[in-house]
Design a protein around this ligand. Structure first.
Ligand code: ATP
Length: 358
């Protein structure tokens, strides 16, 4: 109900609506309306009340909550249900619990911070409060586990598109699915699966995006290899260069949006919505068998292909040139010993994109 009132206030823009009008609309008394207004204010919405004119919502009050994330989102699956936590151990872990309890496909878990944010291979994901996006989506693709590796590539493509939609930043993909801006990681993706031998029960697609961290917000160990949306958007960055052919162009008041609200909340909200939309689109592509297009787009954004890479396999270190990606998500590397090797994501970690510094 209170979000119904909020929606009404939003639609009214800068106009006032009287308590009587709101009450009539929802069949409640003026004092019940007032209670809902108090609740909305307590949540953080800035609602002005004037004895004669009624109520109106003051601008710049977008909050990160399920209503704001879902309102007018227009997706088929991703984000059709949203749960939000100010703080959670891990959005992926919580999403797995919801999935096991039978939640609807597309349910998204969003958090303001993660106390135990997880990365691939047991690594951790730094998730400072209010400075990043921590999002996990539950999907239930009707397919065999062997068909799912494309999701690893698809998630990265969706993240690149969404970041471009909102910010105009052109990011790249480090195999298999780190999102990189000028050699530094701006976003990481963690895909987890639960399945029977022949059928997937659920997939959890987790995305962490660094949004408003400054350099000193990152722990020292990752400071030289991590970057946030806002710091990447500093001076000299091509915000809105040539059209990308990837959907809506960033708005005119981009900086206003990105930095708007407390802690850039408006920008984080816009990016969460864009991620849900792009994941929804690409999920439809997968369901419609359009994997080839996803692979092509992954190749286009790759910062790995054509580069010299170094990796360790069964305790032996190899170097070679990353040659291509294939549909099972593997990276083909032409090794210096003349052998082309196929690397599977999840089994090894590739080093080198950051300049062999580690
Ligand atoms: P790597 O980039 O070290 O090869 P990975 O791609 O295999 O790691 P991910 O799961 O994508 O692993 O990310 C986890 C790693 O990313 C951590 O080990 C840490 O080095 C780095 N990291 C952790 N938090 C952040 C963050 N907020 N921003 C950028 N990098 C981070």
């Amino acid at each position: 109900m209170r979000y119904g009132i909020l929606k009404l206030l939003k639609e009214a823009g800068s106009d006032y609506i009287t308590g009587v009008d709101i009450g009539t609309r929802f069949g409640i008394s003026r004092s019940a309306v007032w209670k809902h207004i108090i609740e909305l204010r307590n949540e953080g919405y800035d609602i002005e009340s004037s004895p004669n004119k009624g109520y109106r919502l003051l601008p710049g009050g977008e909050l990160l909550n399920p209503f704001e994330i879902m309102d007018g989102l227009g997706t088929k699956i991703a984000g059709t249900e949203v749960v939000y936590f100010d703080e959670i151990a891990s959005t992926n872990t919580h999403a797995a619990k919801l999935a096991a309890d039978g939640c609807a496909e597309g349910t998204a878990v969003v958090a303001g911070t993660q106390t135990h944010g997880r990365g691939r291979l047991g690594r951790s994901w730094e998730s400072p409060k209010g400075k990043g996006i921590y999002l996990s989506i539950i999907l239930r693709p009707p397919m065999a586990p062997a068909e799912t590796p494309v999701f690893t590539l698809a998630a990265a493509v969706a993240a690149v598109r969404a970041i471009y939609d909102v910010t105009g930043l052109r990011t790249g993909i480090k195999w298999p699915n780190d999102i990189i801006y000028e050699g530094k990681k701006i976003s990481g993706i963690l895909l987890e699966m639960n399945s029977e031998a022949e059928m997937v029960n659920w997939l959890i697609l987790g995305i962490g995006v660094n949004y408003s961290q400054t350099e000193s917000d990152f722990p020292e160990e990752i400071r030289d290899r991590a970057v946030s949306i806002l710091s990447a958007s500093g001076e000299g960055t091509p915000w809105k260069d040539a059209p990308h052919g990837q959907g809506s162009a960033p708005g005119e008041d981009l900086h206003h949006v990105l930095r708007g609200g407390h802690d850039g909340r408006a920008g984080r909200l816009a990016l969460i919505r864009a991620l849900l939309r792009r994941i929804d689109d690409i999920y439809q592509d997968i369901l419609n068998g359009k994997n080839a297009g996803i692979l092509d787009e992954w190749r286009k954004h790759s910062v790995t292909l054509g580069r010299e890479v170094r990796f360790t396999l069964k305790n032996t270190e190899y170097t070679g040139t990353a040659a291509d990606i294939i549909e099972n998500g593997s990276l083909l590397v032409d090794c210096s010993d003349g052998v082309r090797r196929e690397l599977h994501s999840g089994e090894i970690s590739i080093r080198g994109i950051f300049g062999y510094s580690d």
